[in-house]
Structures are given as structure tokens and as C-alpha cells.
Design a protein around this ligand. Structure first.
Ligand code: TH1
Length: 828
């Protein structure tokens, strides 16, 4: 019989290919097929890159069938989806995560072994996609993992930066930035879809026109680029669910302007292409402080416009009744970076879909929600009216109208309160600019902070007037981290120990860690737990030796501070602690043999333009080289600062840590998420009452947490009184000695000028009150030493930290978003 044509209704087209059978033999076969047919090489001549790429394709093939099925189901049923809009996704390596999610780790390990390949060498070969700066980008990556694990229909939208966060190297102790060419070996986890490209336009002017008797506005742009989507699979943890991450890449609308090319101006022809492609070329390496650059606004509008167009034209069915849009989708705005999506949605609904303004606004207000991640005033994004009007003239008009109507509502509610009207206006004057956080607050159905304290301060301070007018909008969702990556993958031995005690199931129900509390009283369990920590330290030692030539002694307390370098995070407080310990010994006041042996590990990148942060990096390295080589310390203090801290290194460092440094000035760290990863891996925290530290301390208890420093109200009070840092130096002898030692030039080969700006900044400005908290910090560190002396009691506290911090799973965060904000349901 003649073969049936493969139409859209053919069973084979409806039901995607089924997964290949998950057996070792099957895996070997698939792997070799991929090696031969995709890489064009035989196993005997394959390079590490060939093998890695073939392995990635093999894992990918197992996931694809589920992915296609989930996409088909999503199109068929009416369930509400979450579109997570984020300028950053700090994914980390994919291979191990995808093996774990698909349950293929053991099979792949055996299959590779059968081919004479060590799977660890494959793991090590992967270059992590660093498409984010720090906590904000990593949070987005944890959230898409949890969304998939909870089977929530969702799409993550973002930018496929050609260069991610820079690679950091040190030259003479100073940070040098190198480009991160993460795509150089090819990117096996992505699917490019040029046929699904969107056009994104910029600049030009607006005009009104008569549309069959209705006066309408339209935008006549001056230039445009093509946004090409790259899809990534986001598998849930062993639940068969695979969601999508869609990252956009910018390309020129016409690769070559043929006319210009033929006329001989090759350079001019290529220039247009380069110009377009610049938009997704590089991640801005700023953390917490936005870099107000035109290119950054282009990036933001680029990915947001492409995402909304994609959702409206490709994901939504044709002829969809737009008044029902809020039942179908919620766009979650990850900080203000995607907030230009609000006027873009209005433009699409009013100008393109021809809804009237009020109907469009009613829809828009229900389709967006906004997460704020900071309180730092310098981090609240504003765009000058001038720039916005030039780049996005129609959007500026829309923002003005949103603002006019909003201020009318304010007037209706509060009367002619000019102070309030001025302070609540989305447009601020002198210079005229658009406050993106206000726009998001006015437009969003909900506004949330990322930890209890942060959400409270957001309502009381930054958005106080808005809270007074619409208190029902405000809520909190405390951040979380995925236990799949940061426990199961990063700390396999601890995971095994927990599974041996509790059975399986805790990785998707992290509150079950509570059951470990009773094990804290079990001496055998404590010994096993301490054994895991020791093994993790040895593993870290191997990694650091191979990577940077650093060694970690077995008997040292491992004291870790890893996070972006920022003054508010106060790496300088940690430096002053180290310098104080050093000064005590070299001045002869303390015998080296009386020191608790400690290794201090730092990991931190500074924004390339942030001079003070770069100076602090230089100082840490300088203190390290003096301390590490001074024989008077008898090897009892070591400072280790491996360059290029990233997700991969975090996965090694965190499980080995004894002490987690979370020492920001109270009221400045919105949440922190590293703090959660450390506690879940059995490190004790030394920290201020800031961000999610507050919740960690409440959960683990004061006996298992080293609290120090001023509280947020105390900080405010000291500011109000007038803060004079010099007085704190006068009052503490050891603080003065530490500062003097830095000024003396001993850490800079006798040159007193190198670190002088750091010391004078602390003595005469000290915005983040390092000196005010110094005495309390040193005292807390003494309590750490005393506690560590009783190793068994320390281990008990460490176990209790693990047992009591299950709350910080990103699964719980996502459930909170569902209950408080999205009202989207998991589909099973
Ligand atoms: C961080 C916050 O500093 C941190 O406290 C929080 O845990 C994390 O977000 C996740 O919520 C932020 N990162 C950025 C990055 C930029 C702008 C603002 C923030 S806030 C570019």
C-alpha cells in the first residue's frame, strides 16, 4: 500500500518520537551515533570536545520527546502560564543537571566507561554559560528549575549574550577582565529557530492617523533588528516535565546591504550588521548598580519586545479573546530591567490590536507583576526622557499617559497634595527621567520584595507613598535556591547521608530535612556528617591545587566569603579581621600557636568601572601574599583568593565551608542567596540582621548562628545622629592598629599610597559603616573560635543548620509566587 502522507494529523506528527530506551547499551549506541553522525568522527580519533558534544546530544535526545509533548499539551489545554522576564540567567553547567533531571546519571556513567571515557572528564570539559552577574541571575536559574520541577507551565525569556560575565584574572593582585567566549566550542544545549525570528524596531517618530473615523497613534520606527530565538530545555527533577528557556540573539535584518556592497563600500555594508549584533553581544557586568547606557536600554527593549511578540503571535492561539489574557498568562518582571514591557504591551494592545486604552490598561495591569531586588537608591533604574524619547518615542508617549492617569487617581484619593504628587510621579524632573520601579509598581498586579525585612523596608521607605495608596499590591516572597544543584549535585556525599537517614523524597520536599534534627543527637551520624565535610574540604583542595595552585589544610577552619565585590557587602570588614589577627601575632601580643588555624577563602568579581571595589580586590591579594608567606604565623592563617568565582566554583567551595560570611550593613542586602546555600550545606553563619539572614537565624536559632552588628533601625539612628567613623577608630585600639598597618605600606612593598584611598574612605566617609560594626564583628569571630574548639558541638550546630533551613528551597519560593501572585496551577 502507498505510504500515508505525513500530515499534521498523522499519528506520527501528533505523537512525538518516543525517548530512546534508557539502558546502558542503548545509551552507548546513541552516543556513538551522535559521535559519528553529528561530529563526523570515530571514537578512536574523537577529541574531548567531540565526546562532550556527542554526550550532550545524547542526553538532549532523551529529553526532547518529553519536551515536545509538554509543548503540545500546553498548546492544547487552557492552563495559565508564567512568562518569567529576566535580563540574566546565571545557569551554571548543564550536563550534570540534565543527567540528574532525566535520571540518566548512572546509565551515562556506565555507558561512557564502556567506551573508555571517564564521565568526570566530560563534566570538567563544559564551559558554564555565565549569562548573569550574581544573585539576581542565579535566582532566575533556580526559579526555572523549580517551575519545571513543580510542573508549572512556564517560559523563561531572556538574552543570549554572546559574551557572558567576564573571566577574571589577577595580574600583580589586580583584576583584569577577559572576554568570556562561552560559545567557542559550540553550544550543544540550544536549538536555534531562525524561522521564529521577530523584528524589533527602534527610534523614528510617532504620528496620528485616521483609522476609519477613529484617530489613532502609530510608531514609524527608523531602524530594526531581527531577534532570533534559541530554545533551551529546562527539565524538572525526574518528573518528565520539560519547560522552555527562550533566549534572543540580535541579528541584522539584512545580512548585507547589497546595494552598498555592490557599490564597493564593504565596510559600510558590514557596519550595519555589526551594529545590530552589538545588541546581544555582551552582558553588562554591573551588579546592583545599573549602568545607564543606551545599549543597555536597547538590550532591555530588544528582549522584551521579542518576548511579547513571541507570546502574542506564536504561543497564544489565533483569534484569542484578549480580554481573557490575564487568565492565560502572567509576566513576572525580574527587577526593573524588563519593565519597558509594560508600555510595549500597551502599544501592542492599543496600536496593533486596536483595543481602546482603558480595556488595554485593565488587561495590562493584571498581566504583570514586579519583583524588586534592592533598596540601594543608586540601583533604582531611571531613564532620561531624552534618551527614551529618542529610542522609543511611542513608549514615552504611553508612559506619559499612564502617569497622567495615575496622578489623577492620586489627586482623587489624596487631594492636591503637591508633595505626594511630585514624589509619586513616574516622571521625575531635573533632569526629566522615567522611574522604572514606579512604572512597574503602578502597572503591576503585585509588587514583591525578596526577603521579609526587604519587603518591609520597601513598603516603609522606597515605595512608601505607593503602599499607602494601594497596600494590597505589596507582598513578600523570600528567595530560595534549588536543592538539586546546590545539594544533590554540589554535595553528593551529604545527599547520600541524608537519603540514608530519611529515604528519598526530600529533594523535592525540602522541609523534610527537619527530620534530621533528631540525628543531630546521634554521635554516629555526627561523625559521618563531619566525615563528609572533611571529604568536601579534600575535594576542594584538589580542585584549587589543580586550578590555581592553592592548598587547603585539613585542620583549618574554612572561613568563606564569596559574592560580588561591593562596598555594601563589606569585604573590607573581613580584611580588617584578617589584618587584626596578623597584627596581634607580629606585634607579639598573641602567640601564633594560640591562633585557631583558619583558611580564608574569597571569591569576588568587581564591576570593571568600580574603582573602589577593584582596590579592595588588590588589597585582599596583597594581604594574602604577606600573610601566607610570613613565617611568624607558622602557617596558621592562610588567605586564598581563587580568581573567576563562578557557579562551578561555588559548587565546590560551598559544601566545604565551615563558616559563611554574610556581613553586609543591615538594610542593604535585599536577601542574599549564598547565605541559604551555605546553611543548607552545613556551614554556620556569621552575619548581620540583614536580608534573609534574619529568617535563617530565626529558623536555626541563636545558638547556631553568630549574630553581630547594628540592626537596621540602629543604622538609621546612627545616620540621623551623624556618623563619624574616625570616632570608632579612636575608640578601638585594635581597629586603629589594623588601619595603620594597611596605611604603613607593609602590604604594598612599602608604598603608602597604594591603599591609602581605602583607609581614608573608611576614616572619613565609610558609607557602609564598616568601622561602626568592627568591634562587634571581632567579638563574634572570637565566639566562632571558641565554638569551633568543641568540634562535636560545632558539627551538631551544622546539622541543625541543614535540618532547619529546608524553607529556603526555591520550590517553596515558587509555591509562594503561585499562591500570592500568579494563581497559575501546576499541571500533572
Ligand atoms: C541581588 C540582590 O543584591 C541580592 O540581595 C538578592 O539576593 C538577589 O538580587 C536576588 O534577589 C541583586 N542583583 C542585582 C543586579 C542588578 C540590579 C539590581 C540587583 S539586586 C543589575
Amino acid at each position: 500500500p502507498a505510504p500515508r502522507p505525513l500530515t499534521a494529523t498523522h499519528p506520527l506528527a501528533l505523537a512525538p518520537v518516543s525517548s530512546p530506551p534508557a539502558t546502558v547499551d542503548g545509551f552507548v549506541r546513541e552516543f556513538l551515533v551522535n559521535l559519528n553522525l553529528e561530529r563526523g568522527v570515530a571514537l578512536s580519533s574523537a577529541t574531548e570536545t567531540d565526546k562532550y558534544l556527542a554526550l550532550a546530544s545524547t542526553v538532549r535526545d532523551y529529553l526532547v520527546a518529553r519536551w515536545l509533548e509538554d509543548q503540545r499539551r500546553q498548546r492544547a489545554d487552557q492552563s495559565k502560564a508564567v512568562c518569567y522576564l529576566s535580563a540574566e540567567y546565571l545557569l551554571g553547567r548543564q550536563l550534570d543537571n540534565n543527567l540528574l533531571a532525566s535520571g540518566l546519571t548512572d546509565i551515562a556513567t556506565q555507558a561512557l566507561a564502556a567506551c573508555g571515557i571517564d564521565i568526570d572528564s566530560m563534566r570538567a570539559h563544559e564551559v558554564e554559560p555565565g549569562l548573569g552577574n550574581g544573585g539576581l541571575g542565579r535566582l532566575a536559574a533556580c526559579f526555572i528549575d523549580s517551575l519545571a520541577t513543580l510542573s508549572v507551565p512556564s517560559i523563561g525569556y531572556g538574552i543570549r549574550y554572546e559574551y557572558g560575565i567576564f573571566r577574571q584574572v589577577f595580574r600583580d593582585g589586580q583584576q583584569i577582565e577577559k572576554p568570556d567566549a562561552w560559545l567557542a566550542l559550540g553550544s550543544p544545549w540550544e536549538f536555534r529557530h531562525p524561522e521564529a525570528a521577530q523584528t524589533v524596531s527602534f527610534a523614528g517618530h510617532t504620528e496620528t492617523y485616521d483609522d476609519d473615523g477613529v484617530l489613532r497613534s502609530r510608531w514609524v520606527p527608523a531602524w530594526s533588528v531581527r531577534a532570533v530565538p534559541y530554545n533551551y530545555m529546562v527539565p524538572g527533577y525526574q518528573n518528565g516535565r520539560v519547560n522552555t528557556l527562550r533566549l534572543w540573539s540580535a541579528e541584522a535584518t539584512k545580512a548585507f546591504d547589497l546595494r552598498t556592497f555592490n557599490s564597493g563600500d564593504y565596510v559600510e555594508a558590514v557596519r550595519a550588521q555589526t551594529f545590530a549584533e552589538n545588541i546581544s553581544k555582551v552582558l553588562y557586568p554591573e551588579d546592583s548598580t545599573p549602568q545607564g547606557k543606551e545599549l543597555r536600554l536597547q538590550q532591555q527593549y530588544f528582549f522584551v519586545a521579542a518576548s511579547i511578540a513571541d507570546y502574542m503571535s506564536k504561543v497564544l492561539p489565533e483569534d484569542f479573546d484578549l480580554t481573557k489574557l490575564p487568565d492565560r498568562v502572567i509576566f513576572q518582571l525580574n527587577d526593573t530591567h524588563p519593565v519597558i514591557a509594560v508600555p510595549e504591551m500597551m502599544r501592542v494592545l492599543v496600536d496593533e490590536r486596536k483595543l481602546d486604552w482603558d480595556a488595554a490598561w485593565a488587561i495590562t495591569q493584571k498581566c504583570f507583576a514586579y519583583t524588586c531586588h534592592t533598596l540601594l537608591p543608586e540601583a533604582l533604574e531611571v531613564w532620561s526622557v531624552d534618551l527614551l524619547g529618542r529610542l522609543l518615542p511611542r513608549h514615552l508617549e504611553i508612559i506619559y499617559r499612564i502617569n497622567d492617569e495615575f496622578l489623577l487617581a492620586v489627586r482623587e484619593r489624596f487631594g492636591d497634595d503637591e508633595r505626594r504628587l511630585r514624589d509619586m510621579s513616574i516622571i521625575s524632573e531635573n533632569p526629566a527621567s522615567v522611574r522604572m520601579a514606579y512604572l512597574a509598581t503602578v502597572a503591576g498586579a503585585k509588587v514583591n520584595g525578596v526577603a521579609e525585612l526587604h519587603s518591609q523596608l520597601l513598603r516603609e521607605k522606597v515605595l512608601h507613598d505607593f503602599d499607602e495608596m494601594m497596600p494590597e499590591k505589596f507582598t513578600n516572597v523570600t528567595n530560595g535556591v534549588t536543592p538539586r544543584r546546590f545539594m544533590r549535585l554540589a554535595n553528593p556525599e551529604l545527599s547520600e547521608l541524608i537519603t540514608a537517614a530519611l529515604g528519598t523524597g526530600w529533594l523535592t520536599d525540602l522541609e523534610r530535612l527537619r527530620e534530621l534534627e533528631s540525628y543531630a543527637e546521634d554521635a554516629d551520624f555526627r561523625a559521618a556528617f563531619a566525615g563528609v565535610k572533611a571529604a568536601n574540604k579534600r575535594r576542594l583542595n584538589e580542585v584549587l591545587l589543580a586550578r590555581d595552585g592553592f592548598a587547603i589544610a585539613d585542620d583549618h577552619l574554612l572561613d568563606v566569603m564569596v559574592k560580588r565585590l561591593h562596598e555594601y557587602k563589606r569585604q573590607m570588614l573581613k580584611v580588617l579581621h584578617i589584618v587584626t589577627l596578623y597584627e596581634r601575632v607580629v606585634s607579639g601580643r598573641v602567640a601564633a600557636s594560640d591562633l585557631q588555624p583558619r583558611t580564608f577563602i574569597f571569591g569576588a568579581k568587581a564591576a570593571p568601572g568600580y574603582a573602589m571595589a577593584k582596590r579592595v580586590i588588590h588589597l585582599i591579594n596583597a594581604v594574602g601574599s604577606v600573610v601566607n608567606s610570613d613565617p611568624r604565623l607558622e602557617g596558621r592563617l592562610k588567605v586564598v583568593f581563587p580568581p573567576n568565582y563562578n557557579v562551578t566554583l561555588a559548587e565546590r567551595v560551598i559544601p566545604a565551608a565551615d563558616l559563611s560570611e554574610q556581613i553586609s550593613l543591615a538594610g542593604k542586602e535585599a536577601s542574599g542567596t549564598g547565605n541559604m546555600k551555605f546553611a543548607l550545606n552545613g556551614a554556620l553563619t556569621i552575619g548581620t540582621d540583614d536580608g534573609a539572614n534574619v529568617e535563617i537565624r530565626e529558623l536555626v536559632g541563636d545558638d547556631n548562628f553568630f549574630l553581630f552588628g547594628m540592626s537596621e533601625p540602629e543604622v538609621e539612628e546612627l545616620w540621623a545622629r551623624g556618623y563619624r567613623p574616625g570616632e570608632f577608630a579612636q575608640a578601638d585600639d585594635e581597629l586603629r592598629r589594623a588601619l595603620d598597618l594597611i596605611s604603613s605600606g607593609v602590604f604594598s612593598g612599602g608604598d603608602r599610597s597604594t591603599f591609602e584611598p581605602i583607609v581614608s574612605n573608611l576614616l572619613y566617609d565609610d558609607r557602609f559603616m564598616v568601622l561602626a560594626d568592627y568591634t562587634s564583628y571581632i567579638a563574634a569571630q572570637e565566639r566562632v573560635d571558641a565554638a569551633y574548639a568543641d568540634r562535636d558541638a560545632w558539627t551538631r550546630s551544622a546539622i541543625l543548620n541543614v535540618a532547619r533551613t529546608g524553607f529556603f528551597s526555591s520550590d517553596r519560593s515558587i509555591r509562594d509566587y503561585i499562591d500570592r501572585i500568579w494563581h497559575a496551577q501546576p499541571v500533572r
